[in-house]
Ligand binder design. Structure first.
Ligand SMILES: [Fe+2]
Length: 301
């Protein structure tokens, strides 16, 4: 019997009574989908699923995105990205070991970013390696009026290569991207408040791939991004997930941001991730974001 238990204050729930290694009938699938929209993040405990079953379940929510760093995709199943600190016998990293140690929403650097991500724990450290999630819908609802008006009109530029090179320099475990890898994902613009295409709820949309705010001076851009990051990371919007072996966590990238935390380097952490493709983000109806610098100056923003 399927049950859904809310674990966080405003979002995040645990789904009990479901074996994802078995086919889901339409009615059960509809309940899972509804729970996902309602709670933003779902954890399914004690799942024993193969890569094929992981892919099959994920693909019911939409077409899957292949991660652009193809050397970290699972051999024979490129829909699965390896988030792992394992190494090949020659020392090369098996997966992205330092993935996402900053607030972000997955693949926001694409024109049609991720709807959701499904991360499955195949090895977890005894301590650390938690994932933090924050509810950008609740954070958006509470925005001061002046910031809401401002963010509603703004777009941010998201760029994969900028973030990759920054992380590469910081932790020293990522290989630098090739020119071809850098060129594959040119900068894209997204509204800083997007409307959820299924619930209609507005949510802040920014995160670590957002490198600057369009149409404002550089200093102001940095201040806005910094303000947003601090705002969404207030403890009342954050839920910390402590991974257990065989957890599958499915989050809605249109509603939450997430951040990985560190763990002892001598312990294994090996995860499989699939990513469901979403729509091109759009702003609040009737208030489409405007990236014109002149217009923003005119508005005194
Ligand atoms: Fe991520």
């Amino acid at each position: 019997m399927l049950r859904v238990n809310r674990l966080g204050r405003t979002f995040f729930a645990e789904v009990v009574g479901l074996d994802l290694a078995k086919p889901l009938d339409e009615a059960t699938f509809a309940r899972v989908k509804q729970a996902h929209l309602e709670h933003g993040v779902l954890v399914f405990r004690d799942q024993r699923i193969t890569p094929a079953q992981h892919i099959e379940f994920s693909a019911r929510f939409g077409p899957l995105q292949i991660h652009p760093m193809s050397q970290f995709n699972l051999d024979g199943a490129p829909e699965i990205l390896l988030v792992s600190n394992d190494t090949h016998p020659d020392g090369r990293p098996v997966g992205i070991a330092d993935a996402g140690r900053y607030w972000h929403t997955d693949m926001s650097y694409m024109k049609e970013p991720a709807l959701g991500s499904l991360l499955y724990a195949r090895a977890v450290p005894a301590e650390g390696g938690d994932t933090l999630f924050c509810d950008m819908t609740a954070a958006c609802r509470d925005l001061p009026d002046d910031m809401r008006a401002k963010l509603t009109r703004l777009k941010a530029v998201h760029h994969f290569a900028s973030r990759w090179s920054r992380e590469s320099a910081k932790y020293g475990v990522r290989p630098p991207q090739t020119k071809e890898e850098q060129d594959r994902n040119p900068p894209v613009e997204h509204p800083m408040i997007r409307t959820h295409p299924e619930t209609g709820e507005p949510a802040i949309y920014a995160g670590g791939f957002a490198v600057r705010v369009q149409g404002v001076p550089e200093q102001e851009s940095a201040e806005i991004l910094d303000w947003v990051e601090k705002w969404v990371a207030q403890p009342k919007y954050v839920y910390r997930h402590r991974w257990r072996l065989h957890d599958l966590v499915f989050w809605d990238n249109r509603r939450v941001m997430h951040q990985a935390t560190e763990y002892p380097v001598d312990q294994r952490r090996h995860m499989h991730r699939t990513t469901v493709k979403g729509n091109a983000p759009f702003g609040i109806r009737g208030q489409s974001p405007n990236s014109s610098a002149a217009k923003l100056t005119e508005l005194g923003l």
